[in-house]
Structure formats: C-alpha cells, structure tokens
Design a protein around this ligand. Sequence first.
Ligand code: ATP
Length: 225
Amino acid sequence: MLDIVGLTKGYEGGAGHPLFTGVSLHLERGECIAIMGESGVGKSTLLNCIAGLEPVDEGSIRLAGAELTTLDDNAFARLRRQHYGFVFQAFHILPHLTVVQNVALPLWLLDRPGREAENLARAMLDRVGLLARADDWPRHLSGGELQRIAIARALVHRPTLVLADEPTGNLDPERAIGVLDLLLECIRDAGAVGIIVTHSRAAAARADRILRLSAHGLDTEVSRP
Ligand SMILES: Nc1ncnc2c1ncn2[C@@H]1O[C@H](COP(=O)(O)OP(=O)(O)OP(=O)(O)O)[C@@H](O)[C@H]1O
C-alpha cells in the first residue's frame, strides 16, 4: 500500500544536513506503525514529506502503486484531500463550525452532496461515540472529545493513509490510550494505513510496530506479533 525507499531530506543551512538519509518503509493495508526518535531528528518533517508538504531531496514514495515525489503541488493537494487523513496534537477543530460540520468538512472539500456528507459525518461521530454531541459547538467539549472529533474528521472520507503527529500529546495518559486505541481501530476498520509520531512509549506500544527515526534511517525497534 505505502512504499518509501531511500528518502533523504535536509534543510539548506540546517544544523544537521541532511536531516535524515535512507528512510525506507513498507506498510500493508490495515497496518499502523508508530515512529519515535529524539527531538529534532525529523519525525514531523518525515510526515510532511509523506504528505507532500515538504519536497524530498532523494528517494521514492509510492501510494497504492503511484509515485508521489514527482507530483506537482496541485496534484498533491488533490491527492491529499482524497486519500489522506490528518490528526494533530492541537486537534485543529474549527470553533465556528458545529461538531458535525467539522467532521463533514473533508467531504465538502471533495464536493460530496450536503445531505450525504452530513449523514456520513453523523455515522462517523457514532463510531467515535459522539453522535449525541453532533450539533454542539466545539467549545463545549473536552480535550479527549475534541480529539475523537478530529479522528472522525480524519477518517470520514475513507482515506488510504492517516498521518498523526503526537495525536495524544495534549491528553492525560489515561485518556490518551483510549483515544489512541480508537484511532488505531478506525484506521484498521477502514483498511487504511496509519503512521503515528509519538514521544510516548505507552502510546507507541499500541501500534503494530515501533520504528525509530535516526539520521541514518528508520529501524525497527520492537516487533510485535
Ligand atoms: N521549514 C524548515 N526550515 C528549516 N529547518 C526546519 C524546518 N522545519 C523543521 N526544521 C528543522 O528540522 C529539524 C527537525 O524538525 P522536526 O520538527 O521534523 O523534528 P521532530 O523530530 O519532529 O522534533 P520534535 O520531536 O521535537 O517534534 C529541527 O532542527 C527543525 O528546526
């Protein structure tokens, strides 16, 4: 499903140049991995490269057989809207939209009819246990609930690839594991692949594999059955 081979990335004049080399990764449908590594090693940068938000210096990224590194910005933006889901530490829920409108947003951007988008958004809210809050304003929800809404929004358009950057970094440890398990379940149910960057070993341990990013690539840290 996702094949990354020999990715190299650096920032001109950056402290470490290049930041990382030789990053390779193969992910099957339904597989979720956690990426850990020292602060500043380039974990968020790697996610940005996979998302086409940063150009890579060398290497190949193939999603469902298609090479992504040669796409122009517009083509990558279209691909992102359709095939990517994102979850961030800060949730990024829009305060002036209701909960269900926030979740329907990716479908609106794909020009799905309003009624269909809303029905799918409500079904996804049901999936994350928040259907009863669909017409509420985000400011009335807790951090854990906001992150569940962000998960619903990331999955509502049935993306191929879900990228999560410290998705539980703003939650207390108990709530974090529940939210992370929900994210992983939703990714697996959808047959998508998930890449989760986290500093939390407890969170990383919920993924199928833990990989460690260093300047020399991605290495398997712990294999799980
Ligand atoms: N647009 C940019 N231009 C120049 N340098 C950048 C840019 N973005 C990130 N960097 C640098 O690249 C390095 C890696 O940053 P990145 O945020 O990817 O690391 P990280 O592993 O995710 O760190 P953390 O765990 O602290 O979030 C840092 O030194 C950062 O300052």
